[in-house]
Design a protein around this ligand. Sequence first.
Ligand code: MG
Length: 239
Amino acid sequence: MVLPKAILFDLDDTLIRAYAQPEEAWTRLLNVFAAHLDAHDAQSIDRVRVAVMEEARGVWSDQAEAAKWRLNIPGARRLSVRRGLARLGRADDALADRIADAFTELRRTEYRLYPDAHATVDALRDAGIRLALVTNGAAETQRAKIERFELAHRFHHIQIEGEFGQGKPELAVYRHALERLDVEPGEAWMVGDNFEWEVVAPQQLGMCGIWYDPFGAGVPAHAAAQPTRIIKRLAELVE
Ligand SMILES: [Mg+2]
């Protein structure tokens, strides 16, 4: 495999497992609140989960709104749970906020570095490849993850939406990172799990979009582009 001059990595659900598989996490969390929710069997818990997750989809569906919420994910969760409970005729903002905050805490405690992340990034760096970490989200939240998982010193450039002022898929985001690494788009790969942000947008600039698909979800139907390559493990980049 011929490696490029530079690689841009996504952080959440690429180097670390963060927000993947929310169904399972919500079910677990809502069970903790079963008594408060008057939900005494699996179906009642699932009704709440579906209501909350559908409201969350609504909150995240508008691109401009989503860009704001990315900087305040705990706030987006509070709103989704408030709306979810209201939809079920159980409006209770105080309870909703407790549930949402507990979910935020549950997710935070369960962030995990993917087992091959450090070794892969270090091997690429040792091979002389210029490396950037390009992540959406709030500065404080993302910096805390970068510190917790010892990532800062591994990259030549780190770019966080909350610090830079723009997030993926704005093309300015990739352009700035490429400039900082001193490479042309055709000399760089973007690696990540979000099809729109890590495949479609980078390819518009002439970069290669490497899609990380650890759960084997497959290319979305009616996708606007095909990934340059699909990987299920990060280590495939250096094999
Ligand atoms: Mg991601």
